[in-house]
Design a protein around this ligand. Structure first.
Ligand code: ATP
Length: 236
């Protein structure tokens, strides 16, 4: 297992957002976590990335507990989050945003290779490399946010609602690239989505979350065919 989440409980002050969440993720998998607004999906990501550390339970990366580590150490281990709302640096250029993604690294040649790789994945970013991030379209900003995370050399990429607010065609393009990143680099992907249909089409396995708890866990195919999932999350 590359990532194990063991019975974590996470709070915002007195509000308990996660009530004992457990997940098992193998290297090379695309896992999706689906659920309604407020179910606790973002909190699960934040608990893994160390931004909102769990109060109890354990998060292990390659068998090693990481839930006591500060977020930047978790990033340097290779767990890299792309936050919801594509929080890029709007006043920095595309190229500068990508540099920021590599700030923990010292391997200049590797950084250069990864930069060429992301420009190859998203040629539009190469075209706009001297443009300020804030002048990009929503879809391009999402591409930049994913690319910036790739510059940190993720072993596990944590994606929070990459489809949010984007046109279907752009979403399709971004999800194709997510699959490509997974296939080409064996990068493990943990995808949080409200667009359950789309997420289950690219994922290998999925978890369903309700009110801070995991209520279902199965292969993506089985979840797509599940009557409860169809009714509650697929609008069928
Ligand atoms: P969304 O799709 O809306 O992001 P979500 O499934 O990601 O939903 P979370 O954002 O993890 O859900 O929220 C889980 C619970 O924690 C909700 O009840 C929410 O109101 C609460 N919550 C989230 N962030 C905070 C915060 N900063 N302070 C207090 N409560 C919070």
């Amino acid at each position: 297992m590359i990532l194990e989440v063991d019975n974590i409980e996470t709070f915002y002050g007195n509000i308990q957002a996660l009530k004992g969440v457990s997940l098992r993720i193998s290297e090379g998998e695309i896992i999706t976590l689906i659920g309604a607004n407020g179910a606790g999906k973002t909190t699960t990501l934040m608990s893994i990335s160390g931004v909102v550390p769990p109060r109890s339970g354990e998060v292990r990366f390659e068998g090693r507990p990481i839930n006591q580590l500060p977020p930047e150490e978790i990033v340097s281990l290779g767990l890299v989050q792309v936050p919801e709302g594509r929080r890029i640096f709007p006043h920095l250029t595309v190229a500068e945003n990508l540099d920021m993604g590599a700030f923990m690294r010292r391997d200049k040649d590797g950084i250069r290779r990864d930069l060429a790789y992301v420009y190859d994945l998203f040629p539009i970013l190469a075209e706009r490399r001297t443009q300020a991030g804030g002048t990009l379209s929503g879809g391009e900003q999402q591409m930049l946010a994913i690319s910036r995370a790739l510059m940190a050399r993720p072993r596990v990429l944590l994606l929070d609602e990459p489809s949010l607010g984007l046109a279907p065609l752009i979403v399709k393009q971004i999800f194709d690239i997510i699959q490509k990143i997974n296939a080409e680099n064996r990068t493990t992907i943990f995808l949080v989505e409200q667009n359950a249909n789309l997420a289950l089409q690219v994922a290998h396995r999925g978890y369903v979350m309700e009110n801070g708890r995991i209520t279902l866990e199965d292969s993506a195919q089985a979840l797509l065919a599940d009557e409860e999932v169809k009714k509650a999350y697929l609008g069928l």
